[in-house]
Design a protein around this ligand. Structure first.
Ligand code: ATP
Ligand code: MG
Length: 417
């Protein structure tokens, strides 16, 4: 991609309501565009990052047997009345359609998935089964804050599983629990900042589990056992004030961003929708459910909170919008020729490149590269060519080095292997 052709350019103006690194850098870097408080459009660079995050999650959900579907965003009112949540869910967006028919805009999908799967599952032989989607959710949050961390419209991956027995749910729950750790590691989060957190579980289990990324912009207060890398959410501290795994009483208060949440629903929703199936003895039994959420847009914001410095973002390799940020400097014919050649060679080898081919000062181009945060910057100038190569600079390192033109491709491949 030629930066000169990219319509969403960087901006020097700090958004007036930027209360966090992600709110500032994602807007200034041209990743997202704010439409209203907590409502953002995704621009080409931002959409690439979001899609990379979603793809990692998708792969791991398929690995645990999840089947991808896409459920309706408009939910008939009746489904929410059936579960008694039409009036009680305060963040529900309610709206009227033709003929005064009422709908909700999906904030979560138990009300759709339960009757949907009920139409296809009749006996224990059809179970277990699990479906997921990655879709925009709507919640009328009283206070949108911290850029994409708490939006009124945001991306969520929601997986729902269906079982004949509690033991089977417990087994699958542990499988998904492990899969989530793999996801956060692949996304670039250091396991040192990813804490599984015990939170309230509702009627069917003592606990649910949240995945908290420790960060001062986080809204959640968690009490961490640094030995087990496990935490307890403040909401259950009265009942659980020691480490649930080792009994340690010495918990440290930290702030966290909840990026994922897994929950045993039991028969809460299958009871409401009378979703039963026959067991091995031919007896009708309520189906037992689990739900497992992750927020890709909140993850995108969390990555910026964790991986940024005063100059901008430092994307992990796994989600970066492009692999190489290439800069050509000066109008020298030879520089243009070599830069164009390198750009084409990299592309041909399957490397994604953002090529800053603008007629701009070096300082401005470097500043933009730091703001955008691609892990690797390559500079071609008459000075680097005199030395026979390009300047190689990694976003999270302070020093640069020279790499010979003939070796660049292999080195880039190695960097991303
Ligand atoms: P919170 O406690 O932060 O309000 P929640 O517990 O209501 O979130 P879930 O219903 O479990 O969230 O949603 C699953 C995931 O969706 C969350 O773990 C989070 O990553 C993401 N998410 C939830 N609400 C928002 C939001 N308003 N903006 C962005 N992401 C969100
Ligand atoms: Mg929560």
């Amino acid at each position: 991609m030629r930066y000169s052709k990219l319509f969403s350019k960087t901006s020097k103006t700090v958004p007036h309501d930027a209360d966090s690194a992600n709110a500032k850098f994602l807007v200034q870097g041209g990743f997202i565009h704010q439409e209203a408080a907590g409502v953002y459009s995704y621009l080409p660079l931002g959409l690439k990052v979001l899609r990379n995050i979603e793809q990692i999650i998708r792969e791991e959900m398929e690995e645990v047997g999840g089947q991808e579907i896409s459920m309706s965003v408009l939910h008939p009112k009746q489904n929410w009345v059936t579960t008694d949540r039409w009036d009680s869910m305060d963040v529900l967006f309610r709206l009227k359609g033709a003929g005064d028919k009422e709908y909700a805009l999906g904030p979560t999908h138990e009300e759709i998935v339960t009757p949907l799967v009920r139409d296809y599952v009749f006996s224990y032989k059809d179970l277990p089964t699990a479906v997921f989607q990655i879709q925009t959710k709507f919640r009328n949050e009283p206070r949108a804050r911290s850029g994409v961390l708490r939006g009124r419209e945001f991306s969520m991956k929601d997986l729902y599983s269906f079982h004949v027995s509690q033991e089977d749910l417990d087994r699958y729950y542990d499988e998904v629990k492990a899969s989530y750790f793999k996801i956060f590691e692949r996304l670039g989060f250091d396991p040192k900042v990813t804490y599984i957190t015990y939170a309230s579980g509702g009627a069917f289990s003592k606990y649910s589990h949240e995945y908290q990324i420790l960060s001062d912009v986080g809204e959640d207060h968690v009490y961490a056992c640094e030995k087990c890398r496990v935490a307890v959410n403040r909401e259950i501290l009265d009942d659980q004030n020691t480490c649930p795994e080792c009994g340690n009483k010495d918990l440290t208060e930290k702030k966290g961003i909840e990026v994922g949440n897994i929950f045993k629903l039991g028969t809460k929703f299958s009871d409401s929708f009378k979703f039963k199936c026959t067991d091995k003895q031919g007896k009708m039994q309520p189906v037992i459910m689990g739900c497992y959420g992750i927020g890709p847009s909140r993850i995108m914001g969390s990555l910026v909170e964790i991986f940024s410095d005063e100059n901008g973002i430092m994307w992990p390799k796994s989600v970066t919008p492009y692999q190489v940020h290439m800069i050509g400097l000066g109008n020298d014919e030879n520089v243009t020729k070599e830069a164009e050649k390198l750009y084409n060679d990299l592309k041909k080898a399957g490397i994604t490149v953002l090529f800053d081919d603008r007629d701009e000062r070096a300082g401005a181009k470097f500043k933009d590269a730091d703001l955008i945060g691609i892990p690797l910057r390559l500079v071609v100038s008459s000075r680097t060519l005199e030395k026979g190569g390009v300047e190689w600079k990694e976003r999270n390192k302070s020093d640069a080095k020279e790499v010979k033109l003939g070796e660049v491709l292999a080195k880039v491949k190695e960097f991303y292997s």
